[in-house]
Design a protein around this ligand. Structure first.
Ligand SMILES: CC(=O)SCCNC(=O)CCNC(=O)[C@H](O)C(C)(C)COP(=O)(O)OP(=O)(O)OC[C@H]1O[C@@H](n2cnc3c(N)ncnc32)[C@H](O)[C@@H]1OP(=O)(O)O
Ligand SMILES: CC(C)C(=O)C(=O)O
Ligand SMILES: [Mg+2]
Length: 497
């Protein structure tokens, strides 16, 4: 059987300390209930003494949540502890999290104190918290920069005072992974009774090593990881829940697992991101928009042959239906063929080659190719138009009349003309009319963006009246003037010969 790692989520406390991420009580309850469904063991719901709003949130979360332990943060200050105990009164399982800074820098500059006095304050706080609740967690703030020998003395004192969980925060995200592992190992080896309590990691990401340090701490003997959804938290953030959970699931040889239902990870990541107005970076591990997106031809070909070529996690395991094959100018035929197949369009080799050629031209002009684009490309190569647009140049601007110069290929022969108009589309259509001398009238003209963004493809629908009949023309192009001219030509191609 694998060893159990307890997940302590501090999204609602450390995560909520981020500027702009404050939530109201109703929103906090929504996140807390989602954390419960996700399967976290402990929810750090807030710092009750900090404001009446935070007190209320801890109180309401305590009522709303059933089985996870609800934890409230305090300083090593009696009033903080009293207020925390009061806020937790409705919790079915409650924990007070008290502590104090232990690094020489904190002792000297924050507290103007001494190592001995800090140990005394730590012990007093733990004993006072024990008078309210059984489950008392102690944090040695800035343990990452606290020397191991002194840290072990602090931990020994609070274990003796009755602390049930010992939190070893790398508050400033300073440690290297091997160093953090050694720190935890040192405590495991030098504190009497340490095996009767649980050691926790609480790593910050200032050097981008929060997850690495957490995993190292676990290897050193920690069995509680303090994490947040999407890794939000002070400055560069905390360790992200999803990274730790999936690192352990991906490395079964470590034989350590959590109670997390990973299929809920994507949902809660989106919930927290939207409630906290905190977008997730696209390349964020596990929950970023691109975490399961493949955009280059060689990778796409490999993934289509076997998902595991470029994926170590099945996206379904974290609640994503399937990976995405993103079509860009770096994609190959395998990806285009796959997307066309998904869209119900199977092309033979020659047709695929032609569609691919058109696709590359479009992809060089557009960052991402959508399903509509792909269908348009697949259709475009099939129709053999008698009249084709060869080139088009239009000048337009404010305070001048637009002029178009156009070249058409009619049954392979080139015809050229110039014309002016009251705008670029009018000029282009007038130029076509110089070559195609028929009585034609544009009856309907609609330009539509397919998705969004100024680099998008414009779709043009046009109805042209000729000889008492209406003919429909369509085109799509990143250049809407070209699309308009092409739609006009498309309608002309449907005139009876
Ligand atoms: C690493 C972390 O994330 S710790 C949690 C950080 N989160 C927060 O600070 C959010 C909540 N904080 C607050 O609402 C306020 O800071 C309060 C209510 C806790 C305190 O407010 P104030 O009384 O106005 O104090 P202020 O914030 O200016 O200064 C903090 C005081 O707490 C002391 N302090 C800081 N940490 C601790 C601690 N763990 N134990 C005891 N005292 C502490 C400081 O030394 C300072 O005391 P001083 O004024 O005697 O120098
Ligand atoms: C309060 C403690 C646990 C903390 O957030 C830190 O040290 O980073
Ligand atoms: Mg922190």
């Amino acid at each position: 059987m694998s060893d159990r790692l307890y997940i302590f989520d501090t999204t609602l406390r450390d995560g909520e300390q981020v500027p702009g991420c404050q939530l109201n009580t109703v929103e906090k309850i929504e996140v807390a209930k989602a954390l419960e469904e996700l399967g976290v063991d402990v929810i750090e719901a807030g710092f009750p003494v900090s404001s009446p709003g935070d007190f209320k949130s801890v109180e309401e979360i305590s009522k709303a949540v059933t089985w996870p332990t609800i934890c409230a943060l305090t300083r090593a200050v009696e009033n903080d502890i009293r207020v925390a105990a009061d806020a937790l009164k409705y919790a079915k399982h409650k924990r007070i999290h008290t502590g104090i800074g232990t690094s020489d820098s904190h002792i000297r500059y924050k507290f103007n104190s001494t190592r001995e006095e800090i140990i005394e304050r730590a012990v007093r706080a733990v004993k006072y918290a024990k008078s309210f609740v059984e489950d008392v967690q102690f944090y040695a703030e800035d343990a990452g920069r606290t020397d191991n020998e002194y840290l072990a003395r602090v931990v020994q004192a609070v274990v003796n005072a009755g602390a049930t969980v010992i939190n070893i925060p790398d508050t400033t995200g300073y440690c290297l992974p091997w160093e953090f592992e050694q720190k935890i190992r040192y405590l495991m080896e030098h504190v009497d009774g340490i095996h009767n309590v649980r050691i926790a990691t609480h790593c910050h990401n200032d050097l981008g090593m929060a997850t690495a340090n957490t995993i190292s701490g676990i290897l050193g003997g920690a069995r509680q990881a303090e994490v947040t959804i999407n890794g939000i938290g002070e400055r560069a953030g905390n360790t992200s829940l999803e990274e730790v959970v999936m690192a352990l699931r991906s490395h079964k040889e470590l034989n350590i697992d959590t109670n997390i239902n990973a299929t809920k990870i994507t949902g809660i990541s989106r919930l927290v991101s939207s409630l906290m107005n905190m977008p997730v970076q696209p390349n964020k591990a596990i929950v970023g928009r691109n975490a399961f997106a493949h955009s280059s031809g060689i990778h796409q070909d490999g993934v289509l042959k076997n998902r595991e070529s470029y994926e170590i996690i099945d996206p379904k395991d974290v609640g994503i239906d399937e990976n995405s094959i993103v079509l860009t100018a770096r994609s190959g035929r395998a990806a285009l063929k796959h997307r066309l197949h998904v869209l119900g369009c199977d092309l033979e080799k020659e047709a695929l080659d032609k569609a691919y050629e058109a696709f590359l031209k479009l992809a060089d002009r557009k960052k991402e190719i959508t399903d509509d684009d792909v269908l348009m490309l697949a259709g475009a190569h099939r129709e053999q138009h008698r009249i084709k647009l060869d080139y088009l140049q239009v000048t337009s601007g404010v305070g001048l009349r637009s002029v178009a110069s156009i070249g058409l290929l009619i049954a392979g022969e080139r015809f050229e003309a110039c014309a002016s108009g009251n705008g670029p589309v009018d000029a282009a259509i007038n130029a076509i009319k110089v070559i195609i001398r028929r009585q034609m009238l544009v009856k309907e003209f609609l330009i539509q963006a397919i998705n969004k963004g100024s680099n998008d493809i414009g779709k043009v629908h046009m109805t042209v009246e000729y000889d008492g009949q209406h003919y429909y023309g369509f085109s799509a192009n990143t250049d809407i003037i070209a699309a308009s001219a092409e739609a006009f030509i498309d309608a002309i191609n449907k005139f009876p010969q």
